[in-house]
Design a protein around this ligand. Sequence first.
Ligand code: LMR
Length: 405
Amino acid sequence: MSNALISNLSLLPPDALLGLMAAYKEDPRDTKVDLGVGIYKDDAGQTPVLKAVKAAEEMLLTTETSKAYEGPRGNQLFDNAVERQIFGDNSEARAQGRVVSLASPGGCGALSVAVGFVKRLSQQGVVWVSSPSWPNHAHVVRAMGMATDSYAYDEVSSGPHAGKVDFEGIKTTLAKAKAGDGIIIQGPCHNPTGIDLDNAQWEAIAHLCVEKSLFPIVDVAYHGFGNSLDEDMLGVRRFLSIVPEALVSYSCSKNFGLYRERTGCLVAQTQSTEHTKVTLSHLADIARASYSMPPSHGAAIVATILDTPALYAMWVEELDLMRGRITSLREAMALALRKHGKDVAADRIVRQKGMFSLMQFEEGAAQKLVAEHAIYLPNSGRINVAGLKLDTIEYVAKCMAPYLK
Ligand code: LMR
């Protein structure tokens, strides 16, 4: 046999969340509970296709006439509709031609291109990622050839600001950030903590980015899961009104339930129409060298929903239901945790937003919960609240209680 070059490589460990997904599937225990990967589930444990999505697909079946490439920006009705979701209906920046967007393969595709763009702005720079964050953030940054550093994203544990993000921690850790560095800031429903910046903190972080000349990438992956669509975006809108330049990666995986359709958008805000043109040319160039052209099916579905009043109303109702179910699960879990004397954990879980909660476990708790109770969660202690069911909450709370701080 000739020399195998692949023998220079060693087997990689599975991705923390994807590995957990595979292990859960194979677990034969019928008491198993999946609190791992962030997918919305109903009380039957299913992730059904939204009715608004099905209705849009039926319309597309008759109206779609071609599968030819749509070009680097993809479906521009989709791009415009996502811009309206982010900026609202009356955006000065959009009216002034300072905003442009490209459809992308999921939020992750948008993030990759965004990091590639920051690299073109500052070869020596690093991209700052919150600690903790979604593990794939740092992974994407490094895969795009940039270094990462982390800024503290901690919860204030007591006093009048208990449950809020400790902004002093953010400021202190960003003290050594240099002009031209990138920074990923999560929009509503921070993954994994479930604790969001309040509107004043959004303003403060915007001023910090301006003072330090940091280039922001705002990652919006859970729009509508924290509060109503408009409320969820207040902080991001305030932020974008202060910083002159920013990129926003927007994912439709969760709020439209389009996970496998890889539906996302990369939105750029610049200082002038000239900069918008330049930015678009670079973003399209980075995408061209990677996935070349964006996928279209999911984008067409979202554009149809957002531009058809009856479907839009149907979608908002379904999104409200998903958010309402998560809120009820948080309340039920808090009640169950209190029964087991875990008031602090109970207080935390009800005030957090979105799909996730970062449980404060003793070291090694997650592995024990998987091995002994078939309760699947990553080692970080993050749980997907939407993976709970009303009839398993008591079991989950009882199994978790001994490990909670
Ligand atoms: C998660 O955090 O579980 C989701 O964003 C899914 C993923 O790709 O990791």
